[in-house]
Structures are given as structure tokens and as C-alpha cells.
Design a protein around this ligand. Structure first.
Ligand code: HEM
Length: 122
């Protein structure tokens, strides 16, 4: 029986499961397969980002806009990458969780994705 996303442990489970999909996805994998990418660090950052987005933990420090602009300047991002990212994220949330927070986190991911794309592709 699936339950809602309720705590840090649930976020960790989501982030790990999502990343397993993203790093093996044909159109996304190359972004994560370079020498400068640190998987452990990335996962820790993403956990903090989502803890803050969902539970207002205040423990995330970072600049997703700048990060993705840097990624884009090394290897161009496009709308297909974002669509795939969102598809895999929603799929992972729905596989593991059900409830209000599960809906909220998908909406927040979509909102961030939209803002990133407006800034990157305008
Ligand atoms: C187009 C698909 C995307 C790709 C290929 C991608 C790739 C990456 C990569 C490679 C990093 C790590 C950079 C590093 O550590 O050097 C990163 C960081 C991050 N990504 Fe994405 N990303 C995508 C879309 C998104 C979306 C839609 C969100 C929405 C929540 C998101 C949220 C983040 C956040 C919060 C970070 C950490 C930023 C920081 O504090 O530096 N990404 N992304």
C-alpha cells in the first residue's frame, strides 16, 4: 500500500530512485557521465532541495538557474530533455507515493522546469 511523502527518508528514496532512471536514460545520461559530475554530492544536494521545497527545511543553498545555465553552455539542453526529466520524475513519484505531498512535489518540479526553460530558451 503506497503512502504519501512524509519525511526526509521518503525524499531520499525518491531522489535515489529518480536518479537511477535519469542516469540510465538514453537522452539524459550524457549529462551525468562526465568527469566533473559527483553523483554522491548531486544526490545530497537534490535531497536538500526537495526537503526545502516540500517541508521548508531551509537547508538548501544553491542556484539551480546558474547550475543549468552552466550545464547548457557545455552541452545544450532542449525541451525534449525537460519533458523526459518531468516524465521520469512523475513516474517515480507515482510508483512510490500517493497523496497531497506527492501531487505537490510533481507540481513544484513542473514549475521549476517551466522557469528554467523560459530563462534558458527565451
Ligand atoms: C533537462 C533536464 C535536466 C538535466 C539534464 C539536469 C541535469 C542536472 C545536473 C547534471 C546537475 C548537477 C550539476 C553539478 O553538480 O555539477 C543538476 C543540478 C540540479 N538540478 Fe537539474 N537537470 C535537469 C532538469 C531539472 C529540473 C526540471 C529540475 C527541477 C526541480 C532540476 C533541479 C536541479 C537542482 C535543484 C539542482 C542542484 C542545483 C545546485 O544547487 O547546484 N533539474 N541538474
Amino acid at each position: 500500500m503506497k503512502k504519501d511523502l512524509l519525511n526526509k527518508k521518503d525524499i531520499k528514496k525518491l531522489v535515489h530512485s529518480f536518479f537511477e532512471k535519469a542516469k540510465h536514460d538514453k537522452i539524459l545520461e550524457h549529462f551525468f557521465n562526465n568527469v566533473n559530475f559527483n553523483e554522491k554530492k548531486h544526490i545530497a544536494t537534490m535531497c536538500k532541495f526537495w526537503e526545502n521545497a516540500l517541508f521548508y527545511s531551509g537547508n538548501y543553498v544553491g542556484n539551480p538557474m546558474q547550475t543549468h545555465m552552466d550545464i547548457n553552455s557545455k552541452s545544450a539542453l532542449n525541451t525534449n530533455h525537460f519533458s523526459k526529466w518531468i516524465q521520469l520524475f512523475n513516474e517515480t513519484v507515482d510508483e512510490l507515493f500517493v497523496g497531497e505531498n506527492a501531487e505537490t512535489i510533481k507540481q513544484k518540479a513542473f514549475n521549476v522546469s517551466t522557469i528554467l526553460q523560459i530563462r534558458l530558451f527565451k
